[in-house]
Design a protein around this ligand. Sequence first.
Ligand code: GDP
Ligand code: MG
Length: 679
Amino acid sequence: MAKKKRKLRNIGIMAHIDAGKTTVTERILYYAGRTYKMAEVHDGGATMDFMQQERDRGITISSAVTQISWGESDIFIIDTPGHVDFTVEVERSLRVLDGAVALFDGVAGVEPQSETVWFQADKHNVARIAFINKMDRPGADFDFCVRSIRDNLKAQPIAIQMPVFIDHHFEGVIDLITQQWLTFDPQTQGLEMSAVEIPEQFRQQAHQRRERMIEQLAEIDDDIAADYLEGNEVSQQAIIDALRAATLSKSGVPVLCGSGLKNIGIQPLIDAITYYLPAPDELPALEGINTRNKVIQRERSKSAPLCALVFKVQQIEAKKLAFIRLYSGVLTEDDSVYNSTLKTSYKVKQLYRLYANKMERVSSAKAGEIIAIPKVRTTATGDTLCDGKNIIVLESIDTTAPVVSVAIEAETLQDKPKIEYALKQICEEDPTVHFEENEQTGDLIIRGMGELHIEVVLERIRTEFNLPLRSGKPSVVCQQSICETFEQKLSQQRTFEEEEISTSIEVTVSPLPRSTPCVCKLDSSVSESEIHPDIIRAALEGAENALQYGPEGYELVDTQLVIHHIACDARTPAALSAMRITAGEATRSAIKNAKPVVLQPLMTVDIYTTDEHLGDLIGDLNQRQGLIKDIENATLRSVIHATVPLKAMFGYALTLRSITHGRGSFSMKFNRFDAIDVL
Ligand code: GDP
Ligand code: MG
């Protein structure tokens, strides 16, 4: 008998912290039969949270991947972090997802962080279904949540279930498509699900809601529209097909509900993942570039040559693994692969599939799957692996500049190299962490994406690597630029190794637009026929070197330097050194005279509050030198959109809590480096 082709789904669960992602994931794993004892977040046994520290914090930081089987489907679940400091991790996981479940808290509806992640998912074209969790909580309001998806996320939610409350108690859901009441037996932790007749008192409402769902589908689906207009009965299959088409084209978002904690509604959610979210080969061909820098397309098929992306490097059970997403082709044990980012080949000796609580060795994997392989040499997140005869390089994963830094010091001298080693390991796993040594103080300087991000790194060094350390206060990473154009002439006479050398140079520095790297070039008037190339090179080296840092020692950016004139009366090694020094001094002096300015990281901040606190919050933002761009004023919820220097946002969560009595929330992301006085 021919083996039936299994359906593949690569999904992530995206949510605001505390919406219940870990709880719901645990339930999915449980019902899929992969974990046999159900773990609760509060007893720290969650299988999905690999790192001890995550358990302590109760937030999910790493993008661990896990695989389940459900009927005819294999579902790969990629865990996406919920905290704003880890947006790069979110981006990274969104790159390898085909679909996602957006999870919301049934009381809070759409929260700030869910908006950020939602719009990131839009950017990566990820198909979504929504699950309103925590329907058992007092005050949970399904219709409010559906509206908040429409209003805040500018999406088209289509409710395909309704919650059932009996005496204010959440008692399962009604499937609007089949018109059945689904109940979940608490005795078996929800394992036993029954589909029964809808109780009399809900029948009319369930019918009306079904009509509303079909109306919504008729607006976006021609087949449904035809049946609907002719008054024909619309079949269940037609509804499912239309919902799937709507999800894939992103014209609609099916909305389900339940309670992870009370084990209600999880199996229908897994069904919905397989019904509505796309299979890997249903997506448009993949784009990459070839060796001649030309954009090429690659079919997402297993018969095409191999193409895979390394999206995470992680140590699990003492094995250093690279997690890869296969987009095309087949990868078999002992295959030689070409890392087109690093331009090297190596053999893949083992392949592992990852279940939440165990690893399984397999002999091969194919297009669409996610697999782990032993990390080879310098392979890092963002690298492309492909067939050496069909080279393709995928766009690397976006990373933004680190904006927060902290100085750390080992408690004992012997620990210092160990801390450096630990940091190297962490940097390999997370390319948004950077570190260097301060040559004057011997301190190690760690840079990262935010306060919490740095805190997590320090915590890992302390607990995972068992290395005590002292840390300073976090500070923001600054840059420098200039505000004016300045021309500098400099002639020098110096005696160098008993040689008398005269050098002279003329340079002009001028400001470039924000967020451009420095440029250092020769004016066309400097002719190579008159001046020896060695002297030109020495002048350029001296200038380029001086162009790296501004007068206050911060990285210099957005600056152009043009050399107009060079003269040097010898070409000995000493003369070249003299030329380098003169060029460097002229450059530094030009920068000093061109009105240097410090650039700070500026953040886009959205603050969510109720109307009555608006005045106080705006006053506070003004004190923090924030620029308020827009205020959406509504009785239930107001939003302040502002640009604020990151430095002024340290510890903001506390202030916000005290002004709004705990009812406000905010989200923040990097905007640009700029001078504070532009605000
Ligand atoms: P995460 O931060 O999104 O991973 O959320 P967790 O799964 O860690 O859940 C956060 C808190 O909400 C925990 O205390 C959970 O027990 C609780 N929680 C999760 N799901 C539900 C639910 O459906 N109902 C209620 N009442 N609480 C829930
Ligand atoms: Mg969690």
